[in-house]
Ligand binder design. Structure first.
Ligand code: NDP
Length: 345
């Protein structure tokens, strides 16, 4: 089903709702004719598509902070696109923009809803990772809710991902000790050698809980919650008095994994009470008005001078998005997961 890139778009839609880990049957591929662009709009070709854990929630009808996808909808997603044609005064053919075009090769977008990117400031792909929504999630959740102080210990899981790797590095910039949790020895090595974490623990290790305890001799002051599940079980007893927990994501639960049926709530409430814990969930968009400009200034500077490092896992071809997405929910990605839909030019 080859599309004509001048007049058509290839897109991936939700064909059925996944139960557990998404599989190929949950996705459909369509080729559609592109509409004419109107005043204020632009036609984009997608260069990079971001694959993010939140998309799993949009595929289900469980109550959420955002509306779920209907069957047949194009899967949502952040994109870096290049302007192919424009009827917006600020967008010229060839410009690169940050958009939310979703899982499709081309899209007609409202020019007011995209942000022009400067390819000389940083690689274009970073607008979807370290300098984009995931980086901002780390920055805002850590600084606004976690508030790490010099000498404190910050723990984060999914630590080689775009959120976790930035959390650990920003914690160190603030003078805290960063302990990362990741799946497998290769990822743990990257935490120490690439991202400069002070300690790295493999959550698949049978002695994970005791190794984590050994890695935090002074306890844990900030637990940036990305995963929940068995990682949170190991972290909770190690929290210090007045510890803070920004609740950012629960990826271990996204596929409906069974948490072995134990009722954890009484033990959790008792920890909250006895340790005077502060636990605060957040969706990064709430902090955009007050923090986004500061984030862009700080993070761009840190990326440019090498203080804030990032790793990308780039998959070629839109058709490979479903498999890559399912793999991410099982820890198969190693860094910010992106699909290169068409090459940069
Ligand atoms: P990642 O690229 O880190 O991908 C998810 C990672 O989760 C996997 O690579 C895997 O890493 C880890 N993981 C999966 N299952 C488990 C499990 N059962 N136990 C422990 N770890 C597991 O994702 P992001 O950096 O993009 O996102 C991190 C978190 O931040 C997610 O929960 C996401 O939903 C959340 N988020 C929240 C936002 C908000 O506004 N609140 C905005 C953006 C993201 P490993 O192999 O190391 O275990």
């Amino acid at each position: 089903m080859a599309a004509d890139p001048q007049t058509q778009s290839t897109r991936i839609v939700l064909a059925s709702r996944p139960e557990g880990v998404p599989s190929s049957e949950n996705f459909g591929t369509e080729v559609v004719d592109l509409p004419e662009i109107s005043d204020g709009q632009a036609l984009l070709r997608t260069v990079y598509l971001s694959l993010d854990p939140y998309m799993r929630g949009r595929m289900s009808t469980a109550p959420s902070y955002a509306a779920h996808l209907e069957l047949g909808d194009v899967i949502v997603g952040g994109t870096v696109g290049q302007v192919v044609a424009s009827r917006h005064p600020d967008l010229a053919e060839g410009d690169y923009v940050l958009a939310g075009a979703g899982w499709q090769s081309h899209a007609v977008v409202d020019g007011a809803h995209v942000r022009r990117l400067d390819p000389s400031a940083a690689p274009l792909s970073t607008a979807l990772g370290v300098l984009g929504m995931p980086g901002f999630t780390a920055y805002s959740g850590l600084l606004k809710i976690g508030r790490p102080q010099p000498g404190e210990t910050v723990v984060v899981a999914a630590a080689t991902g775009p959120v976790g790797s930035a959390v650990g590095q920003i914690a160190r910039l603030k003078g805290a000790r960063a302990v990362g949790i990741a799946g497998g020895p290769q990822k743990c090595q990257a935490l120490l050698e690439e991202f400069g974490f002070d300690a790295a623990i493999d959550h698949r290790d049978p002695d994970f809980a005791s190794k984590l305890a050994d890695a935090v001799p002074d306890g844990i002051d900030v637990y940036f919650e990305n995963v929940a599940g068995h990682v949170a079980d190991a972290v909770l007893p190690l929290l210090n008095l007045y510890a803070r927990i920004p609740v950012c994501g629960l990826v271990a639960q996204y596929n409906g994994a069974d948490l072995d049926g134990r009722d954890r709530l009484p033990g959790f409430l008792s920890q909250i009470l006895s340790k005077s814990l502060t636990i605060r969930g957040f969706i990064q968009s709430e902090f955009v008005p007050e923090m986004y400009e500061d984030f862009l200034t700080d993070a761009t500077g840190w990326v440019q001078d090498g203080t804030l490092r990032y790793r990308e896992d780039i998959v070629d071809g839109l058709e490979n998005a479903p498999e890559a997405f399912a793999g991410m929910l099982q820890g198969k990605n190693f860094g910010k997961l992106l699909v290169r839909v068409t090459p940069e030019r």
